[in-house]
Design a protein around this ligand. Structure first.
Ligand SMILES: CC(C)(COP(=O)(O)O)[C@@H](O)C(=O)NCCC(=O)N[C@@H](CSSC[C@H](N)C(=O)O)C(=O)O
Length: 343
């Protein structure tokens, strides 16, 4: 690893001077911001062109055929690898419940959904019978030497099965995975640019738990860090700040879409203040604030000059009500207003 005080040179990326299209009239040298610097110095995922093709096909289908509104839902945590050949990584907390559940309610309200999710995190519909909460085998029973759905659960499962099939048959749900924060940023940028043609009929619902710090490619060890490489048994890691992509998303990557970010806090005294400062900083339309410890019970919608709490009672929770069943209709009302105002 190069000593931290030395400047890093990236020979594999075009020099800034060659980044300008010489066939056009003379332009000032491209001013690189942190975000541009990031994309100039980090390789895109090799599979990105295939994802772009799938997304553009999905968007074109709904624009030309169904006319549905479109929600981009991001879900799950992003990882920060510590080595190129990754053995260790830093993860962000998120099971994917918020995103997967919200995607179901967008679909139920007539939206098409692009679900940009952490690979192996919870997915719409299958989340009901998923690996961690309820193992699908618990819904089965053996009869006459055959395995079948336990009649106790068949009505509930049939409801989910029908919604799942409806989403498939109408081509209304596109699942796009990521794992690392780099894959997330490149894929989000690609999807955002593909959604420009959708303009105000698109809504970005950014529920993914995105890393705030990472190890830049130029500082990334190639192979597994050996404990012998540590100084007196301690491993010192120096992380850089992940570029504030939200400002780029609002200012450049998207065009006319309504943008909703989430603010996750653990201290209630900070929640509203931090949500408001995110809104002021990024100039998007809505921040949904939630506390880690009460995120399934209450959220607060913070928009310019407004704070709206959505809360479930203990009885509603005991009866299986999901807070997203109230959040998404409220989001759609904000989207209605956004479309109206931007006509
Ligand atoms: C992750 C949860 C809590 C859902 O949990 P599961 O149901 O278990 O999946 C979600 O509701 C949420 O708050 N998501 C957003 C969490 C988050 O990381 N928000 C960022 C803002 S979006 S990341 C934006 C980036 N840091 C930047 O400033 O550009 C923050 O709070 O700072």
């Amino acid at each position: 690893m190069t000593p931290p005080h030395q400047k890093h040179f990236h020979t594999s990326n075009p020099e800034e001077a060659t980044a300008i299209n010489r066939s056009l009239p003379e332009f000032a040298a491209a001013q690189t911001t942190d975000e541009d610097e990031y994309f100039a110095n980090h390789q895109p995922p090799t599979y990105l062109p295939e994802i772009e093709e799938e997304v553009r096909g999905f968007v074109a289908f709904h624009q030309q055929t169904t006319g549905k509104r479109l929600a981009l839902v991001t879900s799950g945590g992003t990882t920060v690898p510590l080595e190129n050949n990754t053995v260790r990584f830093i993860d962000n907390f998120s099971a994917g419940t918020r995103g997967a559940t919200s995607a179901e309610y967008f679909l139920e309200n007539g939206y098409a959904v692009i679900f940009l999710h952490r690979e192996f995190s919870l997915l719409p519909y299958s989340r009901h019978f998923s690996h961690s909460t309820n193992c699908f085998l618990d819904y089965m029973t053996e009869r006459d030497n055959k395995i079948e759905i336990d009649p106790k659960y068949s009505a509930e499962m049939l409801k989910v099965y029908r919604k799942y099939n409806e989403a498939q048959d109408s081509n209304s749900l596109l699942l796009i995975p990521y794992t690392t924060v780099n894959q997330y940023l490149y894929t989000l940028k690609t999807i955002s640019e593909a959604l420009k043609i959708y303009q105000n009929k698109a809504v970005f619902y950014l529920a993914a738990a995105v890393s705030d710090f990472f190890i830049p490619q130029s500082r990334m060890p190639q192979h597994k860090i050996q404990s012998s490489a540590t100084t007196d048994g301690e491993l010192v890691i120096r992380l850089a700040a992940v570029p504030k992509f939200l400002s780029r998303l609002v200012d450049n990557w998207s065009l006319g879409a309504m943008i909703i970010s989430f603010k996750l806090e653990t201290d209630n005294n900070l929640l509203i203040k931090k949500a408001k400062s995110a809104l002021e900083r990024y100039h998007h339309q809505l921040v949904i604030g939630n506390l880690l410890q009460t995120r399934k019970k209450e959220v607060v919608f913070v928009s310019p000059g407004r704070e709206e709490w959505i809360r479930l009672s203990d009885e509603e929770i005991a009866n299986g009500k999901e807070i997203e069943s109230e959040m998404i209709p409220a989001v759609i009302k904000h989207h209605d207003d956004w479309i109206q105002a931007s006509k």
